[in-house]
Write a protein that binds this ligand. Sequence first.
Ligand SMILES: Cc1cc2nc3c(=O)[nH]c(=O)nc-3n(C[C@H](O)[C@H](O)[C@H](O)COP(=O)(O)OP(=O)(O)OC[C@H]3O[C@@H](n4cnc5c(N)ncnc54)[C@H](O)[C@@H]3O)c2cc1C
Length: 462
Amino acid sequence: MNASVFEPLRALFGDRLLTGDADLSEFGRDAISEEGYNGTPDAVVFPESTDEVVGLVGFARERGIPLVPRGGGSGLSGGAVPVEGGIVVAMERMNRVVEIDTANLVAVLEPGVVTKELDRMLEPHGLFFAGYPMSEEICQIGGNVAENAGGGRAVKYGVTGDYVIGIEVVTAAGEVLRLGGRRVKDVTGYDLIGLFVGSEGTLGIITQVTLRLLPRPAARAVALGFLADESRLAELTPALLGLPARPSAVEVADASCMRLLSSLSARWRWIPSGAAMLLVELDGPDADRVASERDEAAALMESLGVTEISRSKTDEEYAKLWLLRKQVPWALMKKSPHQTMEDITVPVAGTWPLIAGTREVSRRCEVEIANFGHLGDGNIHVTPLKPDGLDVGQWHETLPDLQTELYRLAASLGGTISGEHGIGHKRRAFLPLVLGEAELRTMRAVKRALDPLGIMNPGKAV
Ligand SMILES: Cc1cc2nc3c(=O)[nH]c(=O)nc-3n(C[C@H](O)[C@H](O)[C@H](O)COP(=O)(O)OP(=O)(O)OC[C@H]3O[C@@H](n4cnc5c(N)ncnc54)[C@H](O)[C@@H]3O)c2cc1C
């Protein structure tokens, strides 16, 4: 698209409109490392108010130009990537915390607030937003809502959508919808908030969010150990979830992840070889009680084959143990940027059958597959890595068949293809593997009703 097309936007955005090639390239991708999931925007704008977003939508509607909302760009499904060109709507300047309402236990936020920044602001109030993802340093609240993100603590606290009680959205018609508010209960009409949560920017641009907050747990503790016989995850998962104190995280990284981590840095050489890592976190208001719940979890882990169990006793030890889990995606990335980090989710009892099934796929397809993620939610980041013997072109040719095998495996276990990273354009072609024709038709009808011109993040989700 010729840059002059965007000149009428100058009056609205001034130097907050970018059209130069160099400026645009960084807005052409998200956090997927693999080539082939990027695109090139024709322009990028940085709105500062809902009115500006309304003006922008009017401009795009008249000309049929795609609008691609963008938060922190940390997505892992190509959701914020302008696959059909158009205007990337970078929300980072709409980053005001409108109000922290301690009387109603809610926060009213613009979408560009960085998730960790919100956490820092809530800490002095003894509150927290429990649905945050583990990418909290880089992602934004609008992106969390648009993806219905859920992180390492979803096992106890649920996901972002469980905390969204109000939302302001600019639709493709240029209308401002203000849904919900500060009410905890509301059954007045259809659940339109639920429609926009997880809609990946395809139904409208989120311009304000009201989040329910919880009292912040004063104490957290972790037990981390290693499991040589990974098949015992089948017993461990239900046993840990059945503990009287619900763990706030139950995380796993299999023996492949651990081998890669220990081979990449001297710092991790101590990791025992041939074993998976299991991390269990407990939290609550009372430190002594949390410590005793952590010990109960550790004893259970030990009785079911987990060895070399470390227990965090200080904040420093807690952070150090979590680091082992948090380093896993970076270790896989360092091993090879040519990988597909999947986001398969199955009923929790299906987690070990899923991991065991990926081993069969790995043998059959001669591709190393590492597995890590949220064991307690049945949400595993199954990650095939490009074999050294394949060049990048051959790897890309292999990928669709490999993904199809993995998604069929998920479906056979009652699971699906994404638990938290979303469909974006990465998984769009695979939706018919897990959704029926009637479900797809219904989703398309919703999309057409709200965005008949197809300008809202085209090429994504449905
Ligand atoms: C290291 C790492 C760890 C991660 N851990 C987790 C995890 O634990 N749990 C999890 O769920 N995800 C995780 N993710 C994925 C990602 O961080 C989340 O999906 C996050 O919510 C994306 O937020 P973002 O602001 O970066 O959104 P972006 O990547 O910028 O966009 C994501 C989608 O949201 C849409 N969007 C963004 N803002 C708006 C808006 N204002 N209005 C409408 N649509 C909008 C975009 O169009 C796009 O479709 C992780 C990613 C990385 C790199």
